[in-house]
Design a protein. Structure first.
Lengths: 243, 70
């Protein structure tokens, strides 16, 4: 049996709550303020976990929201607490939906966990309407020159996949999307780090709890050099490429 | 591997104002515009919070340094 990922762990979810990411639903709401998504539109959350965003989009904003995740553990938990939520098992790189199915797609603190983010973004562009919205929020490396070591760290969390802003935007553009908004929300990541220090005793103790081997102090130092930040990116499909 | 929020010694203190024994409770901490919650020893009557030397020089110092990093 595979060990639990950080986002599946009870300790991490005790800190974040059901929306397992910095800021919880803060950036979901921020994105909805910035995008003009029609009332009742079909919306997809890729990497939905227990379905916190899907539940919010359905019940608070009255969208027809669906969720997809690879984690059977989180999906089972979500469907047990809210049996009517439309949550499906699937991967971001091969979504079980027809082309142009959704007015908007959320992918919150998930792209950095994917083995092939460029392919996933092409899949996101495929399943949204012409001029549909793709909303990403995730960790990134504010010193990208120090990020090359991150994928090799012996931890099971999103920080491994943090890359620079330029790389993220390049992937988005290559997928046939146009970036309309990039906002830095690194304060939310710092607030989560502060909560982790209070919960675990120190960031080194937190890294020790997530790493399979290696020196937690060295892991923390490598992460600090890359200066992790947190972003919100909103993109739209370029119709001429997908018409 | 969770860190205890307060030492057993912290709960042996009494509030200087109310003379109530301290209890563990949720408190909200704000620094440089960042707000987070944690569980610390506090007076159940007036809400006075005990910040031990260990807490101030440990977790709080690390949070302060992390929040001040650019």
């Amino acid at each position: 049996m595979e060990p639990l990922t950080l986002y599946e762990s009870i300790e991490m979810r005790a800190v974040t709550g059901p929306a397992i990411r910095p800021g919880g639903l803060t950036l979901t709401e921020r994105a909805l303020d910035l995008c003009s998504i029609p009332d009742g539109a079909k919306v997809l959350d890729v990497g939905c976990g227990v379905g916190a965003t899907v539940e919010f989009l359905c019940q608070e904003r009255h969208y027809a929201a669906f969720g997809v995740d690879t984690s059977s553990l989180l999906l089972k938990e979500g469907m047990e607490s809210s049996p009517t939520l439309p949550l499906l098992q699937g991967t971001a790189e091969s979504l079980p939906f027809h082309e142009g199915s959704f007015s908007a797609l959320f992918c919150e603190c998930v792209l950095s966990l994917l083995p092939d983010p460029a392919s996933a973004l092409k899949e996101f562009a495929r399943v949204i309407h012409p001029e549909g919205w793709v909303i990403l929020s995730d960790v990134y490396a504010r010193t990208p020159g120090e990020a090359s070591i991150l994928p090799h760290l012996p931890v099971r969390c999103c920080i491994k996949g943090a890359v620079g802003m330029g790389q993220i935007i390049a992937w988005v553009v290559e997928s046939g999307l146009t970036v309309v908004t990039w906002e830095d929300h690194s304060t939310l990541l710092k607030q989560l780090a502060a909560q982790l220090i209070f919960s675990f005793g120190s960031l080194d103790a937190f890294w020790a709890s997530t790493c399979s081997d290696g020196d937690p102090g060295a892991i923390g130092a490598a992460v600090r050099r890359a200066r992790p930040g947190y972003y919100l990116l909103i993109a739209r499909r370029r119709e001429r490429d997908h018409g | 591997m969770k860190s205890p929020h307060a030492r057993p010694d912290d709960l042996e203190w009494k509030c200087g104002r109310c003379n109530h024994e301290l209890v563990l409770g949720q408190v909200s901490v704000e620094y440089l515009g960042n707000r987070f919650t944690t569980e610390l020893a506090k007076c159940p009557n007036c809400g006075l919070i005990l910040v031990s030397e260990e807490l101030a020089l440990g977790k709080m110092a690390e949070v302060e340094q992390m929040l001040e990093d650019k």
